[in-house]
Ligand binder design. Structure first.
Ligand SMILES: Cc1ncc(COP(=O)(O)O)c(C=O)c1O
Length: 687
């Protein structure tokens, strides 16, 4: 039998919080906050000891006095170097396994802590946490690590935030065996129970006044949750992890980041331009869409969230191939599924059973799906859906809202209509989002002539309550079909897309992008009666039934259905979304920087004092972010492969870029003069 390892909770506490000074000793319904934390930790059955690690600053004497009076050990160390404080506490308490708890969590619970410790022990991990992703509220955070890992971090972690926040170095280190612990549902990742501001303190007071009437034992998660629900307490308004974002911001430099070496990218571009018009196959992937001279032009490898360009520069990729790589590049399971199929042949002379299997699965997932037809690109799907709608209704006009691909029927509505016959252009009519009057007016302008309304049900703007329902009603009243273009929303907003999220079922829907995690596959799904029209309307092409991409899609569905991919995306996406907003405010750019959308897929812009788009500032920000190792367009495209290390790289890059932009503004320097390339011009605007 091995020697039992000593498990010690080390609670970091200090009086000098900048946001809520003295909070450790603040009154929470009759007793100091720190006492609430310590009493709750006693609910753990796995902790051998609880130690409070405070600072040597004299203002923290009061913590030592109080905690000692309650019979707990107190150790003291440097105020900002919390990592060293942990080391001292671990040394004095002879800890083998350390549980990191912060003293701002008066609503912690022993059962949450024990679940994390148990998983840590069972999996023989070096480090485990329950915050990646959050499945319990913020304020029930637990990190567990071995003494050995703490010693390594103490030795190697150099930067301020790494020492202040104790574990960032550990989280980044790929040699350390890490475990993400998920608690059982229901998950509450958006609740915030930690205390950083006065309104958080009020929240904790209300909950504890409620709990104190029930009894005096340590309360478990369920008890606290029911108190949160039944007490009517109002959660504080602060952003989760704000302090972490600010510490990254404070560390960043406002000096220009060094330019990247891009020689090979340019030499490939020179060759490419001789043989490939435009130098790329997709407009948004071409140099025209980026800052020439600043951003790389050719990529060579991708692995998870990281891409490497032909000059060997590495980037956290926030483009993710324009959304397909929802699980990250080169996902092993997905690729293996595709390779296995391909090794038995994949472009067959007849149909293959996997087409049926995949269609059946999609019919189980998407509310409108009763039948399915496959394609390769989103444009195949949207063109197919519109062809079928026209054939089914025997009408020609379509109303469009959003972007729907490169084919004539749609692109003729944009400024990139070169080559599209006039007659075709006249059949498609854009309408604005979230404006039912405009749609009504449009459909009424050609009574009985609209075959379909095709729209992105959601992109960066959320539908107003009742909007999608009303669109459906108007569309059907005019005898047209409703097509949801869910090429983007079908997977990034959760399995089942916007139609499931908002509970509005269209007649047809189009899916693409993420369905194969980068393997080319798209489809039209919809009601049987309408889908049967595909038997007559001619939609047919050689590679539509390619089985390797279908095998990839089956595996993607397995992973999305059974794993924690969405929770990971939310965790990473929320950090980037919140972190960017916190840093923009810290830089005094809170009004200029605009970020909207869903944490899984959001868009940013800069505006000037008059609220007008400011592409030069945006380009300067992108230049600096790119040079700090992040590949980005104007959106945050989140994948489940974005781990803590990639997120921290991205946040550090954002911090630097905000500081640089703020510096330009404070010196009155026009952003163009710090920009080393032309401002990219979008091909057109459809959203
Ligand atoms: C909503 C939407 N529909 C259709 C398309 C066209 O898809 P693809 O480029 O794969 O042809 C796109 C592509 O970005 C899209 O975003």
């Amino acid at each position: 039998m091995g020697i039992k390892k000593k498990i010690v909770a080390i609670v970091q506490a200090r009086m000098g919080s900048s946001r809520l000074p003295g909070k450790s000793m603040a009154d929470v319904a009759g007793t100091p906050l720190i006492n609430r934390v310590l009493m709750q930790l006693k609910g753990s059955s796995l902790l051998d000891e609880i130690v409070v690690a405070t600072s040597t600053s004299s203002e923290d004497d009061i913590i030592e006095e109080f905690v000692n009076s309650k019979g707990f050990l107190v150790t003291r160390g440097p105020i900002d170097d919390v990592l060293t404080r942990y080391n001292i506490a671990a040394e004095i308490s002879k800890a083998d396994i350390i549980i990191r708890i912060t003293a701002d969590c008066p609503l912690h619970s022993g059962d949450t802590i024990d679940e994390v410790i148990n998983d840590f022990l069972t999996n023989d991990a070096d480090y485990a946490c329950n915050t990646n992703p959050y499945t319990r509220p913020d304020g029930q955070d637990v990190e567990v690590f071995t003494r050995n890992v703490l010693t390594l971090a103490s030795k190697h972690a150099l930067q301020g935030p790494d020492r202040e926040h104790v574990t960032p170095w550990i989280k980044r280190n790929s040699e350390i065996k890490k475990l993400d612990v998920l608690h059982s549902p229901p998950h509450q990742p958006s609740m915030r129970w930690s205390v950083d501001y006065p309104d958080d303190l009020e929240f904790a007071r209300t909950i504890w006044s409620y709990l104190d009437q029930i009894g005096t034992k340590p309360f478990n998660f369920e008890d606290i949750m029911s108190a949160v629900i039944n007490s009517g307490a109002k959660q504080g308004a602060a952003i989760i992890n704000e302090g972490f974002y600010l510490s990254i911001y404070n560390e960043a430099s406002a000096e220009a980041a060094p330019a990247l070496s891009l020689e090979k990218s340019f030499s490939w571009l020179e060759r490419s331009e001789q043989v490939i018009p435009g130098g790329a196959q997709t407009y948004s992937k071409s140099w025209r869409h980026h800052i020439r001279g600043v951003t790389p032009i050719f990529l060579e490898r991708g692995d998870g969230a990281i891409v490497t360009d032909v000059d060997n520069n590495e980037y956290v990729d926030l483009i993710q191939g324009l959304l397909p790589n929802i699980l990250g590049y080169a996902n092993k399971e997905v690729n293996q599924a595709a390779y296995d199929r391909a090794s038995n042949g994949h472009s067959f002379s007849l149909a293959h059973p996997i087409e049926v299997e995949l269609a059946e699965r999609l019919c189980n997932i998407f509310p409108c799906a009763e039948m399915v037809r496959f394609g390769k690109n989103g444009s195949d799907a949207t063109a197919g859906a519109v062809r079928v709608a026209r054939a089914y209704t025997e009408r020609e006009h379509v109303a469009v809202c959003g972007y729907h691909g490169w084919q004539d029927w749609f692109i003729g509505t944009t400024s990139r209509s070169a080559g599209v016959p006039k007659g075709v252009q006249e059949l498609a009519h854009p309408f604005p989002y979230n404006d039912t009057d405009a749609l009504e007016e449009l459909l009424s302008s050609k009574p009985g002539q609209f075959a379909a309304v095709i729209m992105e049900p959601v992109n960066f703007i959320w539908p107003e309550p009742g909007y999608l329902e009303k669109v459906k009603e108007i569309t059907h009243r005019h005898g047209a079909l409703l097509i949801f273009d869910e090429i983007c929303s079908g997977f990034h907003f959760g399995l089942g897309g916007a139609q499931k999220l908002f509970g509005v079922t269209p007649d047809l829907a189009t899916l693409g992008k993420a369905i194969g995690n980068g393997w080319p596959i798209s489809c039209v799904v919809g009601k049987r009666e309408i889908m049967k029209t595909f038997e007559d309307a001619f939609v047919s092409f050689t590679f539509a039934g390619d089985v390797s991409a279908m095998a990839a899609a089956m595996k993607v569905l397995d992973i999305l259905e059974s794993g924690n991919a969405y929770a990971r995306m939310s965790a990473a996406g929320t950090k980037l979304f919140d972190g960017a907003r916190v840093m923009a405010s810290a830089a005094g750019l809170g009004d200029a920087f605009q970020l909207k959308g869903h944490p899984h897929w959001s868009i940013f812009s800069f505006v000037d004092e008059n609220g007008e788009d400011d592409p030069a500032t945006r380009a300067l920000w992108i230049q600096e972010v790119t040079r700090k190792g992040v590949l980005i367009l104007t959106t945050f495209n989140i994948s489940a492969a974005l781990d803590d290390s990639s997120v921290t790289t991205a946040l550090s890059a954002f911090a630097h870029a905000f500081k640089r932009v703020a510096k330009a503004k404070s010196l009155g320097i026009p952003p163009e003069s710090w920009l080393d390339g032309p401002i990219p011009v979008p091909a057109f605007r459809a959203r």
